[in-house]
Design a protein around this ligand. Structure first.
Ligand SMILES: Cc1cc2nc3c(=O)[nH]c(=O)nc-3n(C[C@H](O)[C@H](O)[C@H](O)COP(=O)(O)OP(=O)(O)OC[C@H]3O[C@@H](n4cnc5c(N)ncnc54)[C@H](O)[C@@H]3O)c2cc1C
Length: 287
């Protein structure tokens, strides 16, 4: 069997091929090659035409807009994202903990979002930060929040004629932030569980609080209702509200495997972040 494979030399050509053939994009291939592997040293056979996109310069690079929004090209690898200090800390940190070095040099942000796995590491902080995905077809561009783009496990709103071309992250505004990933082992560990959180405090009042859980349900979870339990309250009131937040959080996650472990570990991580914030430490990263 031979793979039908297209190698466009420009984004325009890639979008035309996508429209006319529905060929599936292959960026780093670290999900697709594994999903269709046939054995060591044997080339995978895909049951659909392949559109190789890794050579498209239009999808590469990281830049910052005037308002501070960071724009990450879809082909940016986890290594490039982790090394770029302009990228918000939570996304850099998540990128730096993905798999081993070889994987990080291959895995792209477009592929991580395109794969839409609940265990994918990048959607989790991206959803926390209200990041948007930029989608392009030969007829134009559209943008969606990553949270709206990903429907559930391996399901998203990518149309057959579209490519993910970039991800836009608004400049975050917080006093404290937190990122934790629990994996099986350091090298090449897919998340068993991950949590991001941030809090903005002004004059002792909590102006913003967000949390997002990865690998604790069919998609990354955030809840405005739970966040609103403490937004507008003072740091002094926070200790008495932590249990309500944790109970609320427990009700919105739905881990299917090892649910008890995932629920208690999530509770511990989020509880730790909130308890540390209540101590009103210096602004920065909560470890
Ligand atoms: C050993 C190993 C360890 C791993 N560890 C981790 C980990 O720790 N954390 C983690 O999150 N993931 C991990 N992964 C999964 C994988 O590496 C990531 O999901 C990676 O980001 C996928 O990117 P890619 O470019 O290789 O995607 P590809 O395999 O090329 O594509 C993945 C999917 O996205 C689509 N796609 C790719 N680019 C685009 C685009 N621009 N527009 C539209 N659709 C697109 C493809 O059609 C496909 O459906 C691991 C994988 C392996 C094999």
């Amino acid at each position: 069997m031979v793979n039908e494979c297209y190698i466009p030399s420009s984004l325009e050509e890639a979008l035309d091929i996508r429209k006319n053939t529905g060929a599936r994009p292959l960026a780093g291939g670290s999900d697709l090659m594994v999903a269709y592997k046939r054995g060591v040293g044997i080339t995978p056979v895909f049951p659909f035409p392949i559109l190789l996109i890794s050579q498209l310069y239009e999808l590469k690079g990281i830049s910052v807009q005037r308002d501070g929004t960071v724009v990450i090209g879809a082909l940016s690898t986890s290594s490039e994202i982790a090394a770029d200090e302009r990228v918000p800390y939570l996304v850099r940190k998540a990128a730096s903990l993905m798999g081993a070095v070889s994987l990080r040099n291959t895995a792209t942000i477009g592929g991580n979002i395109g794969n839409s796995s609940p265990k994918g590491d990048l959607p989790q902080p991206l959803i926390l930060l209200d990041a948007r995905v930029v989608l392009q077809s030969s007829t134009g561009k559209r943008e969606m929040k990553v949270d709206d783009f990903i429907i559930g496990a391996k399901k998203n709103y990518l149309r057959d004629d579209e490519l993910i071309v970039a991800v836009k992250i608004p400049r975050p505004d917080y006093t404290y932030c937190y990122y934790r990933k629990i994996g099986t082992r350091k090298a090449n560990a897919i998340s068993k569980l991950s949590l991001s959180a941030l809090m903005k405090v002004e004059d002792g009042i909590i102006r913003d609080f967000r949390a997002s859980s990865g690998a604790a349900g069919p998609k990354v979870r955030r809840s405005r209702d739970v966040e609103n339990i403490i937004i507008g309250k003072s740091l002094e009131e926070l200790p008495d509200l932590i249990d309500s937040v944790l109970d609320g959080w427990n009700s919105i996650i739905s881990p299917h495997a090892m649910p008890e472990y995932r629920r208690s570990a999530t509770r511990r991580m989020l509880g730790h972040f909130l308890e540390e914030c209540a101590k009103a430490p210096e602004a920065g990263i909560i470890e």
